[in-house]
Design a protein around this ligand. Structure first.
Ligand code: GLN
Length: 491
């Protein structure tokens, strides 16, 4: 039995078809592997394709199905993992040369839960080194090209994940979002990505960048696909001390629950100078559509928004400098060829292994944590973080969900911002505050520019308000057809 036309296939349809015997898991895997072999040279989404492993898993699933077993809600669904999720027995690099050759002895909770639900891992997806970046150009290996326009970036740091789902090289994917790394690439690639509440998805086995900000989450073509993946990977995990011991919501059902009577807050600080006019128009049209769907639109204010970027880059660099101290050439991955002393071994290994962006952040982070500067920078950033979180608490007294643009600009050209780290940091203006506050936020497509580039709409909910976010995103998707558009296969 042939697999269906995979371009645009919903993950839930794929699972249902496999479970019902319409096609085999092996057929599905072969079709995706063939697309990857044909197209990924042009896109650069995968750092590693595990064809052999995927075929073996597929055959095992087909065997269990033939024996009448229920293999789970994601039966046979081929997925990709950002290369920041450790995978037992399969090289995991976090996009860095310093982890080249690192074969983890254990598996991340999120990827283990996908496998237990019947999903099949096709391989590891490209990313900015240690998830530091907004364009995927900081990958130590090669850049990713945006499937909508190969001269453009896919966004970052989960650029490989977003581009692979957009180009139908996998049916769904996992990424991580520390300051926007799920939502911004989802926006640039015209798909759905959600950063859940901090602690909703376990960080066990997710290579750390900034531990108090790192949020694993899913990418899907539709809001239902993202909801189906989140239902599987969310939930308490005793292996992560920050994991929340509360039951998982009914995210898929929320997608069709409607928004009659919901209050949608529009924060004025997210609609200011510097925003691309095509982005502004598309987001305003989306808000009008949400009004017609039965929500009331209320203006709100998040007054400390102007401090979000500075606060984020102080905290994330401080935490990164500490987290990255473990790559010393002794325990993981790369070790320099020769060194006369232990000191020199550390220095040469780190000098050779880390790219420019992690080095920049280790230096910044070490600086802001120095005894003499701690209060002036890090301490102040922690206090600003509290004010930013309090802004959200106050706003959610007046509304149920906030709706904003995801990014002030659509996908920019490869190379355009790579030489100017500050310009790159400023692209995160609308995405950094939700992780500082730990609240859930989703990006979905709300239109295209005249040049054919996707535009992202962001819905932000209160803590553990994923269902409210899916209600809004589902209501918008139900009244529009942006999510049905597909990029042309690169030739
Ligand atoms: N672009 C932001 C940064 O470079 C966010 C990255 C992320 O979310 N991992 O830090």
């Amino acid at each position: 039995m042939p697999a269906p036309d995979l371009r645009g296939a919903a993950l839930t349809e794929l699972a249902a078809g496999t479970a019902a015997g319409k096609w085999s898991a092996r057929d599905l895997v072969e079709t995706y592997l063939e697309r990857i072999a044909q197209l990924d040279k042009k896109l650069g989404c995968f750092l590693l394709v595990d064809g052999e492993g995927a075929r073996k898993t597929a055959d095992a699933i087909d065997k269990r199905l033939a024996a009448g077993e229920n293999v789970g809600p994601l039966a046979g669904v081929p997925v990709g993992l950002k290369d920041i999720f450790v995978t037992r027995g399969l090289e995991t690099t976090a996009g860095s040369k310093i982890l080249k050759g690192f074969i983890p002895p254990y598996e991340s909770t999120a990827s283990a839960r996908l496998a237990a639900a019947g999903a099949i891992r096709l391989g590891k997806l490209n990313m900015d080194e240690f998830a530091m970046g907004s364009s995927n150009e900081n990958s130590a290996y090669y850049p990713v090209h945006n499937p909508w326009n190969l001269d453009r970036v896919p966004g970052g740091s989960s650029g490989g994940s977003a581009a692979a789902v957009a180009a139908s090289l996998c049916a769904g994917a996992l990424g991580t979002d520390t300051g926007g790394s799920i939502r911004q690439p989802a926006s640039f690639c015209g798909i759905v990505g959600i950063k859940p509440t901090y602690g909703r998805v376990s960080r066990y086995g997710v290579i750390a960048f900034a531990s108090s900000l790192d949020h694993p989450g899913p990418f899907g073509r539709t809001v239902e696909d993202a909801a189906a993946l989140l239902e599987v990977i969310a939930g308490h995990d005793p292996m992560d001390s920050t994991s929340i011991p509360r039951p998982v919501g009914r995210y898929r059902a929320a997608c069709t629950a409607g928004i009659t009577g919901m209050r949608i807050g529009v924060p004025k600080e997210y609609f200011q100078a510097g925003m691309d006019s095509e982005v502004e128009n598309a987001v305003n049209l989306a808000l009008a559509e949400l009004g017609r769907a039965g929500a009331s639109i209320v203006p709100v204010s998040l007054p400390h928004t102007q401090y979000a970027i500075a606060t984020y880059y102080l905290i994330c660099t401080a935490e990164a400098s500490s987290n990255l101290a473990r790559y010393d050439g002794i325990r993981f991955g790369h070790r320099t060829a020769s060194a006369a002393s232990l000191e020199e071994l550390y220095a040469k290994t780190r000098g050779e292994g880390f790219g420019a962006e992690p080095k920049r952040r280790i230096m910044l982070g070490t600086y802001v944590l120095r005894a003499g500067y701690y209060e002036a920078y890090y301490g102040k950033a922690l206090r600003a973080r509290r004010l930013i979180a309090d802004d959200f608490t106050a706003a959610f007294a007046q509304c149920d969900v906030l709706v904003t643009p995801t990014s002030p600009i659509p996908a920019f050209k490869l190379g355009e911002r790579a030489q100017d780290p500050l310009q790159m940091y400023l692209a995160d203006i609308y995405t950094v505050a939700p992780p500082l506050a730990g609240v859930p936020a989703l990006s979905q497509c709300c239109g295209f520019t005249a040049a054919g580039l996707p535009i992202g709409l962001q819905s932000i909910g209160p803590p553990l308000g994923e269902e409210a976010v899916f209600r809004v995103a589902g209501a918008y998707q139900g009244r529009t057809d942006w999510h049905t558009r597909l990029p042309r296969d690169p030739s």
